[in-house]
Design a binder for this molecule. Structure first.
Ligand SMILES: Cc1cc2nc3c(=O)[nH]c(=O)nc-3n(C[C@H](O)[C@H](O)[C@H](O)COP(=O)(O)OP(=O)(O)OC[C@H]3O[C@@H](n4cnc5c(N)ncnc54)[C@H](O)[C@@H]3O)c2cc1C
Ligand code: FES
Ligand code: FES
Length: 483
């Protein structure tokens, strides 16, 4: 077991010994800001909403290249960057002789007047830099998606989008390309010496196992530990509620949980896959899941948050849950005693209470490929389109045979303490023709299926109306489809 973590910063390997400095839930944001040389990174909200803390992390791929991802450093615990390259805005310009040469994205921001007060600017530059490394000539939609997680309140986005369009044209070539060989060697050096990590620091113990078997063993010995993967939910307990998390099992370094396997009838996602990765796989074969993730948080959040974490939180407004019910997906749970598969429709038991036992972890999400006769859709109603949580969401599926409803699932988020199906409405529709008259009758029964709450996002009455109208929208979008 390693007691320390190592990563690359400023071109050299940094090692953190937690017996001397910091603790395992120190965020990367606070670590960086504790140094005189990396104060460009800013704290705005400390909860993943503003992007002022955006950094870029370089990760080794399986074929020993580097993949660059923009993420919110306010949600990232220090041990989570073990084995990675940490890049901040200070690392982007380079010196030639006595001159400082700006990175193409920085230069474009200056040329397009993309900054005023500048508080948001380092975070925006880092999102632009990540896009620069990953996309050539990105579309406006891709640029907007990359910037969704960065709030700017004085400049406005027009010049920032213009700067991004102008700069992302070099196939990602820059000084990081020239240095990639050296960087890969440094990262491989850390990888070769890498083992599972156990950090003891004051009252905290932090485990980062490298294999699933170790994780299951740890979980059976420490059933009250807190599991984290992306930590986009759990980190808020530290940054907002200032809780001391005493015992943590971090699954983020287990490669086995990050694999996706496609079979003839199923797509099996590892629970540790990031939602950004799931989104790219879903695009072709699971369009409703793709639509779900297209309006999920921001790119910085999706690059950190995992599929297992969204199900693990069991939240009634967790966006993937209604979609997974509509796909009739299963969750694979594993402990040292064995494994079992639970259908998503039976997984949630009560408010944030699930079928998962204390000693189990979620290892896979298994989605059957829908038959050509089945249509699946996702709808999210929120106060704004991007980076907002659902007021009401719906994951719906329908199987039609000669316009007769053979099977239908209407799963709603935000309408009860749990993600829940509109069972009366479903029962009313099965066996009927898929006609507006029956749909309107089913809409009436939705009021009996739910007693929605009123909260800061909306009143109960609004929620009830939205739930009914989503069913009508589903009908209007599917009724004329050739299937
Ligand atoms: C700014 C912001 C925007 C967000 N937007 C959305 C949104 O649009 N829609 C939405 O649904 N959510 C949203 N979230 C919530 C959060 O990002 C998601 O729930 C995310 O999927 C959690 O994944 P994670 O890997 O970060 O989970 P973590 O924080 O690591 O864990 C979440 C929970 O799941 C448990 N857990 C994690 N992995 C496992 C596992 N393998 N087995 C068992 N238990 C496990 C943990 O113990 C914890 O209880 C947002 C959060 C933030 C901060
Ligand atoms: S400080 Fe706002 S997203 Fe991190
Ligand atoms: S320049 Fe002031 S918030 Fe963006």
């Amino acid at each position: 077991m390693l007691q320390t973590i190592s990563f690359v910063l400023d071109g050299k390997i940094e090692t953190i010994d937690f017996s001397k400095n910091y603790n395992p839930t120190t965020t990367v944001l606070n670590y960086l800001r504790s140094m005189p040389t990396h104060k460009g990174v800013k704290e705005g909200c400390a909860e993943g909403d503003c992007g002022a803390c955006t950094i870029v992390v370089g990760e080794l791929t399986h074929d020993d290249k580097i993949r660059y991802k923009a993420i919110d450093s306010c949600l990232l615990f220090l041990p989570m960057i073990h084995g990675k390259q940490l890049i901040t805005v200070e690392n982007l310009s380079r010196t030639k002789g006595v001159a400082d040469i700006l990175h193409p994205v920085q230069k474009a921001m200056v040329d397009c007047n993309g900054s005023q007060c500048g508080y948001c600017t380092p975070g925006i530059i880092m999102s632009m830099f990540s896009l620069y490394k990953n996309e050539n000539n990105p579309t406006k939609e891709t640029i907007e998606d990359a910037l969704t997680g960065n709030l700017c309140r004085c400049t406005g986005y027009k010049p920032i989008i213009e700067a991004t369009t102008k700069s992302c044209i070099n196939n990602g070539v820059d000084q990081f390309t020239d240095d990639e060989k050296n960087m890969v060697e440094l990262l491989l050096q850390i990888k070769k010496a890498s083992k599972s990590i156990e950090i003891q620091s004051g009252k905290q113990t932090y485990f980062q196992p490298k294999t699933k078997a170790e994780a299951l063993q740890l979980r059976s010995e420490k059933p009250n530990s807190i599991i984290i993967n992306g930590a986009t939910d759990v980190a808020l307990r530290v940054t907002k509620r200032h809780e001391l998390l005493e015992e943590i099992i971090d699954l983020s370094n287990i490669d086995e949980l990050k694999k996706c396997v496609k079979t003839e009838y199923h797509i099996k996602f590892g629970s540790g896959m990031t939602l950004e990765n799931v989104k790219s796989i879903a695009k072709e074969e699971l369009p409703a899941l793709y639509e779900t993730l297209a309006v999920f948080g921001s790119k910085q959040i999706r690059s950190l948050a995992t599929f297992g974490g969204n199900i693990g939180s069991g939240s009634p407004i967790g966006d993937t849950l209604p979609t997974l019910m509509a796909y009739n997906a299963e969750v694979k749970l594993q402990s040292i005693d064995g494994e079992r598969r639970i259908n998503m429709n039976n997984y949630i038991l009560a408010y944030r209470k699930t079928e998962r036992q204390q000693n189990e972890i979620i290892t896979k999400i298994i989605i059957p490929k829908p038959s050509p006769k089945t249509i699946v859709k996702f709808y999210k109603v929120s106060k704004r389109k991007d980076l907002d949580i659902s007021t009401v969401s719906g994951g719906f599926s329908i199987t039609l045979n000669n316009n007769i409803v053979e099977a239908i699932t209407l799963a709603y988020g935000g309408m009860a303490a749990v993600t829940k199906r509109a069972e009366k409405a479903e029962k009313h529709l099965v066996g009927k023709t898929w006609d507006r008259i029956f749909v309107e009758q089913a809409m009436e029964t939705i009021a009996d299926d739910f007693t929605p709450i009123s909260d800061a996002r909306s009143g109960a009455e609004f929620r009830a109306i939205v739930a009914q109208n989503l069913l009508l929208k589903f009908w209007s979008e599917t009724t004329k489809m050739e299937i």
